[in-house]
Design a protein around this ligand. Structure first.
Ligand SMILES: C[S@@+](CC[C@H](N)C(=O)[O-])C[C@H]1O[C@@H](n2cnc3c(N)ncnc32)[C@H](O)[C@@H]1O
Length: 244
């Protein structure tokens, strides 16, 4: 309970200075992402994969690059464990907090304004860190991954990447991939190519190696394949800080 109070205080300090908010992604996002929002939500499926791969201990859980808490809220609903969101976009997190309040989860969701590259958390403190759809926007992905490793508690795990989740309906995953393939040839092709490039497993491996993570596993075949049996559409890196 004490931990909850600390983070509530942190949030109120940051919300007092909402005027200096870094809203990161609007400018670089390719056209057509909005069409994807009409498909079923991918977040609950990602939550199920994260829980299956990480088998987290109850404790201090973080959703990094949380946005409006699209992962954090279903994660709380699935487990009843509190979650702290971290994101530079304070207004987005404020929307997540409002939604959590409406759902009766106000005492389970907290927020800190911050970036992956400089996590506002102590060493060895986090039991589970999940991050969906965010690493592709970080200014320095290896630095962010090093920071994640620093804050993990021994035995803590991180699941970072982007995608729809292995339980996402096959028809919807196919529609998502088809739409992206078509857009690679469309009006906004250069931005879509960049979008796909950043979400390749080779890119994720390169970031993890540059971060000098002692051990990690890259999963998924990227933005335009739903063929990976473990994670479905997308790409992820999974790692743990060893005990002792
Ligand atoms: C596409 S949204 C993903 C939101 C949510 N996690 C989801 O799965 O829908 C990307 C989020 O990453 C955040 N972000 C951008 N740069 C970041 C950084 N350096 N560290 C942490 N989060 C960052 C953005 O503010 C944004 O909320």
């Amino acid at each position: 309970m004490k931990k909850h109070l600390v983070f509530a205080t942190v949030l109120s300090c940051h919300l007092a200075s909402l005027s200096v908010v870094a809203v990161v992604q609007a400018s670089g996002a390719p056209q057509g992402l909005r069409a994807e929002a009409a498909l079923p939500s991918r977040h609950p499926h990602v939550v199920q994969d994260a829980l299956r791969f990480c088998e987290p201990k109850p404790g201090f859980w973080v959703d990094l690059g949380a946005g409006r808490g699209q992962v954090a809220i279903p994660l709380i609903e699935a487990t009843d464990n509190p979650v702290v969101m971290i994101d530079p976009d304070a207004p987005a997190m404020a929307k997540g907090l409002a939604l959590a309040r409406e759902k009766g989860l106000a005492d389970h969701l907290f927020a800190i304004v911050g970036v992956a590259e400089e996590l506002p958390l102590p060493d060895n403190s986090v039991d589970l860190l999940v991050s969906r759809g965010s690493i592709f926007f970080w200014d320095d992905a290896p630095k962010g991954l090093r920071e994640v490793y620093r804050v993990l508690r021994p035995g803590g795990k991180a699941y970072i990447g982007g995608g729809a989740g292995s339980g996402y309906p096959r028809w919807a995953a196919e529609k998502l991939v088809e739409g992206r393939r078509a857009r690679l040839e469309g009006d906004d092709a250069p931005r879509w190519r960049r979008f796909v490039e950043l979400r390749r497993p080779e890119q994720m491996r390169q970031w993890a190696e540059a971060a000098e993570l002692p051990d990690f596993k890259v999963m998924g075949q990227g933005a335009i394949s739903a063929d990976d049996p473990d994670v479905g559409q997308g790409v992820w890196v999974l790692f743990e800080k060893p005990e002792g």
